[in-house]
Design a protein around this ligand. Structure first.
Ligand code: IVH
Length: 718
């Protein structure tokens, strides 16, 4: 820790005192107060920018900062170059002069899988000729931003430079000074260090990146393609206010060079990489913490890398891999360097999330309620381990905003579970042969004129007997989330439709299986299998049935809420908007759609056809219309161990899956939330908890439990 507990208390109390200062003091008083303000502001900047755990509100911090500015305005003689107010200067950066790094900034070799890591470990054994069975490694994220080298002399930041070609970089000291996670002063002398060069990566938090882009788009500027560009671009801006606005952060990951006043190398006092990084943390630098791990052998390294690969999308920053470093500096020295990279380190690269490819064509799909969705057909490209050949373009505005044309080279991204999407087209790769995208004016299926309601982004085919729409609704009806008819997918719907066997939902339940068995590609067995699946679906809960009718805005959850209120699905016919909206979680739009569905005679006829007329039990196609016991309204559990509490889980758990923990909590009366908010009562943290824990701690009102504590509460019962 950079500050002792006592020191922190002292600075905190001092801040509160300083916050009450209002009068303008004499020069003597001001000299003392300015010095005190320096100290408390540097402390709060460290809490905020390095630890991400501020102890005062933004308002209080701003107040202290403004007080310092006011004193400096009145007494200009008190302004010093290292004052917190001098981070952002008004003069434009003079230039980006080339400067030589004290030691070259090398690159890293790459690895992609277990085999590569095992090879690397074997090479390290060979190079070091050690008898050790296990070599210890320190693993940390490979931050995806711009690399920088910082030089401190006499405890002061004297120079910052970009990586450049590795030997020569470009000076960017002014921009570095605008990054509040970089201390302007750091007590290296405590370690007998006179001059030191540190390496790190400048990055931008992903939420901050989203804000920056939002502002740019609002100001008519093009959006930045990714967080990396937002960071590297800012390193070289002329106006360092822009650097401050982007709130760049510097993570330090290497002590490159350190000498005492006589010029002797003093790096050896840190026997391991990990200890060197810890020393930097103690001096106030931002270093990887929960993201860094000393692993006792290569197997542990692999697990740590794979863990991070799996959760990279939950992390606050963009990372493209992990860096594996031999922890012992003595062993590092035995390994040495190639001209390109250190032999003692290797990057473990995650599978790429972004790639460029060609936009070949656009298809227009008709949705189940007539919405027209443009879909880009792409030259197939591998993204995060999956081949992608088509992506949705959502609507016409999306195409216009990105100025897409057929033949464009486009940047595609697929992050985690997120559906792939087009980030942007590459203007610089256009050759003039690109063709404009002409949005159709008529339905590609039934040729009805498309309609776009004011205020809506989608074009719609309003012909409800449009064949494409009917097929989509049939596909939805049989789909997994709806009636879940096993094996009955898009292909069957299209085929049976073509054969004239399937025109309405009711037809699904009166298919002629003898006829199907004789169709090309079918047989007695597949027909029998299909029949069995269809028969099984007839007994489904009515919430599935309601959902299967493609009523706009009536999803799985709404369906469950609605059927909990009635005994027979057709009872909903008697409900008006007022009665529906009186239900918790049912809004007016949903209510209107439900009323509209139940007021169309054809829909009521369909229900009677499926379930038989209500009065004549047993007729019809035998589809269940009655609410099952499992669909009845759940009375809230008022006497559970967690009744009335909201709860959230983060990190990985040892004794149970996170989802099972959630179920157990719900069974004990808790309500599960999906994000940290002021409504949250309890956060249960597993291993490697990340930003959620920090956010909850910052709120100060959330009870934080370990897995063991959570289990204990469950066991004790309510
Ligand atoms: S160590 C001499 N550690 O990756 C050791 N590099 O491909 C070489 N990078 O230009 C670098 N995170 O900017 C190291 N934790 C980390 C890193 C890291 C990102 C960047 C670095 C370098 C590039 C090498």
């Amino acid at each position: 820790m950079m500050y002792s507990k006592e020191k922190q208390r002292e600075l905190y109390d001092l801040s509160k005192t300083l916050l009450n200062q209002k009068e303008m003091p004499t020069l003597e008083g001001a000299t003392k107060e300015v010095q005190q303000l320096h100290e408390v502001i540097v402390y709060h900047e460290w809490r905020y920018y390095v630890l991400s755990e501020p102890v005062v509100s933004d308002f209080e911090y701003d107040h202290l900062f403004k007080r310092l500015e006011a004193l400096e305005r009145t007494f200009p003689a008190l302004v010093t170059p290292n004052s917190p107010t001098q981070r952002v200067s008004n003069d434009l950066s003079s230039d980006f002069d080339p400067v030589a790094h004290l030691v070259p900034m090398l690159s890293l070799g790459n690895s992609y899988n277990e085999e590569d890591l095992v090879d690397f470990d074997r090479r390290i054994h060979d190079l070091t000729k050690t008898d050790l069975v296990d070599i210890e490694y320190c693993v940390e994220p490979k931050f995806d931003g711009g690399s920088i080298a910082l030089v401190y002399e006499n405890d002061k930041l004297v120079r910052a430079a970009t990586r450049g070609n590795g030997t020569m970089g470009e000076e960017m000291t002014k921009n570095a000074r605008a990054m509040r996670s970089i201390p302007l002063n750091a007590a290296f002398s405590k370690y007998g260090i006179h001059k030191v060069e540190l390496r790190g990566e400048v990055i931008i938090r992903l939420d901050r990146f989203a804000e920056v882009n939002k502002k740019r788009v609002a100001a008519g500027k093009p959006a930045l393609a990714n967080a990396r560009n937002a960071a590297t671009g800012a390193l070289r801006v002329k106006n360092n206010k822009e650097v401050a606005d982007r709130a760049l952060e510097a993570f330090l990951y290497q002590l490159g060079y350190a000498v005492d006043a006589e010029g002797n190398d003093v790096l050896a006092q840190f026997p391991t990489h990990d200890e060197g990084i810890e020393a930097l943390a103690s001096l106030g630098f931002k270093v990887p913490t929960i993201e860094r791990k000393v692993c006792k052998n290569i197997k542990e390294v692999l697990h740590f890398c794979e863990d991070w690969q799996a959760k990279r999308d939950e992390y606050d920053y963009e990372i493209d891999g992990m860096v594996v470093k031999v922890n012992s500096i003595a062993l590092q020295e035995l390994c040495g360097y190639t001209s390109h990279h250190p032999r003692w380190a290797i990057a473990f690269k995650f599978k790429a999330k972004q790639a460029t490819t060609k936009l070949i064509d656009i298809e227009y799909q008709v949705g189940k309620i007539g919405n027209i969705t443009p879909v880009a057909k792409l030259e197939p490209v591998a993204l995060a381990g999956v081949m992608v050949s088509s992506v949705s373009l959502h609507n016409e505005d999306f195409i216009r905003q990105r100025d897409l044309k057929i033949g464009d080279t486009v940047l595609v991204e697929r992050a985690g579970d997120v559906i792939p999407y087009i980030v942007k087209m590459m203007e610089e790769l256009r050759d003039g042969s690109e063709q404009p995208i002409v949005f159709p004016t008529t339905c590609p299926s039934c040729k009805a004129t498309l309609v776009r309601t004011e205020g809506e982004a989608v074009w719609r085919c309003e012909n409800s007997s449009c064949e494409a729409q009917i097929q989509r609704r049939l596909m939805h009806h049989v789909s997994k989330d709806a009636m879940d008819i096993d094996g009955f997918g898009q292909k069957y719907v299209e085929r049976f439709f073509e054969e004239g066997m399937l025109n309405s939902i009711a037809d699904i339940y009166r298919l002629d299986y003898d006829k199907i068995a004789k169709l090309e590609g079918f047989g007695v067995r597949s027909a029998a299998k299909l029949q069995k699946a269809v028969e099984k679906a007839k007994a489904n809960p009515i919430s599935r049935l309601l959902y299967s009718f493609s009523i706009p805005l009536v999803g799985r959850t709404v369906s469950k809420i609605l059927v909990a209120e009635v005994e027979d699905i057709r009872d909903l016919q008697a409900w008006d908007v007022e009665r529906l909206t009186a239900l918790h979680d049912i809004g007016p739009k949903v209510a209107e759609n439900v009323v509209a569905f139940f007021s169309v005679q054809a829909n009521l006829d369909l229900l009677d056809e499926l379930g038989g007329k209500k009065e004549e039990e047993g007729n019809g196609l035998g589809i269940n219309m009655k609410r099952l016991a499992s669909e009845e309204k759940q009375e809230p559990i008022t006497d559970g161990a967690l009744s009335g509490k909201t709860i959230l889980f983060t990190g990985s758990f040892q004794t149970m899956k996170r989802n099972d923990a959630k179920k157990a909590a719900i069974a004990a009366g808790a309500k599960a939330l999906s994000a940290v908010s002021s409504n949250l009562n309890i956060l249960v943290v597993g291993e490697k908890a990340g930003s959620k824990l920090k956010k909850a701690q910052a709120l100060g009102t959330v009870q934080i439990l370990t897995e063991a504590e959570f289990l204990e509460i469950l066991e004790k019962g309510g």
